[in-house]
Design a protein around this ligand. Structure first.
Ligand code: SF4
Length: 417
């Protein structure tokens, strides 16, 4: 082991978080990360006001897109872990470091082995994890039970959980402490939401309910105001509520929080509808006892949504959204785009097979679909490009280059327009 840790304590099993952010390590990591993910073309376009035009094709970039601070930090820490713990030390990663297949491939290329996000006891036994092994916790965190298992084994953890995710945990832990049920606007199966719900129940008495959209919100709000069929409620929210959750008991005091990457407008609407339902049920004068709210959309998600909203007001013919298909924040960008113009959500430039055929993600049916003749081959065309918080600039560069290639246009080497 190249870096003995102060917490190595004669075989006693203790949580050991590793501090990797030494200046020498981070300097080397920064050079490596830049080499893997930087794009000189994207930087040039940014410096040119986010626009590149050549021939009859114009590509516009949203003002904010791509890697967020939380993702950058997580990737840096994964690379740093490999430097501080060179092979043969085993490094495992719970699930994916972020939701981007290319980035996860790069992490695998470092010899970091991905294991299930919530490994079972059998899976952990099969790995034969020991205190000499290193386990990386991804940017969206992990469930309390998994963290406790790792701590019990005593392996070293590199925790890349984003600070914005931890802020949500703090809120829901407080709700639980105060006997308030956490209503979490999010995707019940998303790793971040699972980690958050586990925080809500960590004290052994807390409860949570995850609502995904406004239809589910309305159903719950109607139950709050008018009551309903308890069994039907529990069936409808199967897998999205805490063990022992009873809608007749646990919707009397609720606190709203959200997955950090939801659509801002929808989250605000969820908050408004719950506030109104609790007010109708318990009266405005008692609202404080029954309703709490904290906005936990992260700044990076907000900035990307705001930038796209602004770009969508400008004339464009189509929009390309680049990112991993399981990325929540990217899917919301695609959702915003498709309300306004033809929008194609792709994971990389190779999906733009030709001007006559693109393969893209349809999040409504959770499948890749093909669209024919998606890209005009003549006349003036303006394409907007944006990307989720887990998409590196080199993939955005590939996308831009491919668009020009489809028009047989050579991009200038050092000028953007
Ligand atoms: S999207 Fe937001 S919460 Fe997620 S890693 Fe980035 S900054 Fe953190």
């Amino acid at each position: 082991m190249s870096a003995p840790l102060p917490s190595e304590t004669n075989g006693i099993s203790v949580p050991r978080k590793v501090n990797l952010r030494r200046p020498d390590v981070m300097e080397a990591v920064s050079a490596q990360v830049v080499a893997h993910y930087r794009s000189e073309l994207v930087e040039r376009i940014r410096a040119n006001g986010g626009v590149i035009s050549q021939g009859e094709l114009t590509v516009k970039l949203a003002k904010e897109f791509g890697f967020c601070y939380g993702v950058e930090r997580a990737i840096d820490l994964a690379y740093a872990a490999r430097r501080v713990f060179p092979e043969p030390t085993r490094i495992f990663l719970l699930g994916e470091i972020i939701h981007n297949p290319e980035v996860n491939d790069q992490i695998r290329n470092l010899g970091i082995v991905s294991i299930p996000p919530k490994p079972t006891d059998d899976e952990l036994s099969a790995l034969d994890l020991t205190a000499d092994d290193v386990v990386i916790i991804p940017a969206f965190g992990t469930e309390v039970a998994t963290r406790r298992r790792l701590e019990a084994i005593g392996c070293q953890t590199v925790d890349t959980t984003c600070g914005d995710v931890m802020s949500v945990w703090k809120r829901v832990r407080q709700y639980s402490k105060d006997g308030v049920t956490s209503i979490i606007h999010g995707k019940a199966k998303h790793e971040e939401t699972k980690a958050t719900t586990s925080q809500a129940t960590a004290n052994g008495t807390g409860h949570y309910l995850v609502v995904f959209n406004l239809a589910e919100t309305d159903y719950v709000c109607d139950y709050v105001v008018n009551g309903g069929d308890r069994q039907e409620f529990l069936q409808r929210f199967k897998g999205a509520h805490s063990p022992g959750f009873d809608p007749d008991l646990h919707l009397r005091a609720v606190g709203v929080a959200n997955q950090t990457t939801m659509l801002r407008g929808e989250t605000e609407e969820v908050q408004r509808r719950f506030r109104s339902a609790m007010e109708r049920r318990f009266g405005a004068e008692r609202l404080q006892e029954h309703f709490r709210v904290f906005d936990t959309i992260c700044g990076a998600t907000q900035d990307r949504q705001d930038a796209l909203e602004k770009m969508l007001r400008e004339p464009m013919d189509l929009l390309i959204v680049v990112g991993g298909y399981n990325s929540s924040n990217t899917s919301h960008l695609a959702e915003m785009g498709e309300k306004v113009l033809p929008t194609y959500f792709i994971k990389n430039a190779a999906k733009m097979e030709s001007a006559g055929r693109i393969e893209h993600w349809d999040q409504h049916i959770a499948e890749e679909v093909q669209t024919a003749n998606w890209f005009p081959t003549s006349g003036r065309v303006t394409v907007g490009v944006t990307a989720g918080a887990s998409c590196p600039n080199n993939l955005i560069e590939d996308t831009i280059k491919r668009l020009f290639e489809l028009r047989d246009i050579q991009l200038p080497l050092s000028k953007t327009s």
